[in-house]
Write a protein that binds this ligand. Structure first.
Ligand code: CTP
Ligand code: CA
Length: 225
């Protein structure tokens, strides 16, 4: 009855979530990555599933057991994540892009482990830009589909996040101040500001990532009408 309805308010929503950090191999035993734990994206996937959504999770590195009932696609690099997202997005009503993608990848991956040699005091690693997945998603987005991005910033949070909202043609951006060690990367708590296309802002208190996920999903349900 009413209780079921209230808890299943995302019933029928096909939600695509990305989470975790991507890894760009340097050689067979080394890679470039970042400190993303994956907790925020996994929280969104888990709560959305509990609320009745049909959830597909595309995950980079994250040391978290996958909640049952969720389809998971594991990927390593930003390029792999890009392929998986572009493949799944046409079947989704909404995308929540919480993964932390590597912005650069080595120009060449060495076939063999790189040896430091007897006299090398420095090493230069040449990197090139990875594709911007959300900009590619913008090109295939159909009316009625929602795209939600995250912005990880250490300064000018609102300005930088608003710029990304527009540049990536998002419906909503979740602005995350990652300079504060008590919130964001790694921890169980977060504090974010949701910014929509009309410039409307909503700042959450410091609270668990599950609670932040609930608020995000409530906004998604509202945007879906
Ligand atoms: N993102 C993406 N493709 C990339 C890099 C990031 O789709 N190659 C997505 C992230 O998943 C996130 C949003 O874009 O939802 C913003 O990521 P962020 O790292 O904050 O911004 P960038 O656009 O990469 O800019 P910068 O790191 O230079 O601030
Ligand atoms: Ca980035």
């Amino acid at each position: 009855g009413q209780l079921l309805n209230r808890h299943q308010f995302l019933h029928g929503l096909r939600l695509l979530v990305t989470a975790g950090g991507t890894e760009e191999p340097i050689d067979p035993v080394r890679f470039i990555t970042n400190g993303s734990s994956g907790k925020m994206g996994y929280a969104v996937a888990e709560r959305a599933h509990q609320m009745g959504a049909d959830v597909t999770l595309i995950s980079g590195h994250a040391n978290i057991p996958v909640p049952s009932g969720i389809k998971v696609i594991k990927v390593q690099t930003t390029e792999d994540m890009g392929h998986a997202v572009l493949d799944q997005y046409p079947k989704a009503d909404a995308l929540v892009m919480s993964a932390a993608l590597a912005d650069f990848e080595p120009v060449h991956m060495a076939d063999q482990k790189i040896k430091k040699g007897p006299s090398s005091h420095h090493m230069i690693l040449k990197l090139k830009r990875t594709p911007d997945v959300l900009k590619r998603v913008a090109k295939i987005k159909k009316s009625g589909q929602l795209t939600i991005g995250f912005a990880a910033e250490t300064q000018n949070l609102i300005d930088n996040a608003t710029h990304k909202l527009k540049a990536k043609k998002l419906d909503l951006i979740v602005a995350n101040d990652v300079s504060n060690p008590k919130i964001g990367f790694g921890g169980d708590n977060n504090q974010v500001t949701f910014i929509d296309r009309n410039g409307h802002q909503q700042k959450t208190p410091v609270e668990s990532k599950l609670k932040v996920a609930d608020q995000l999903l409530k906004i998604i349900a509202k945007l879906k009408g």
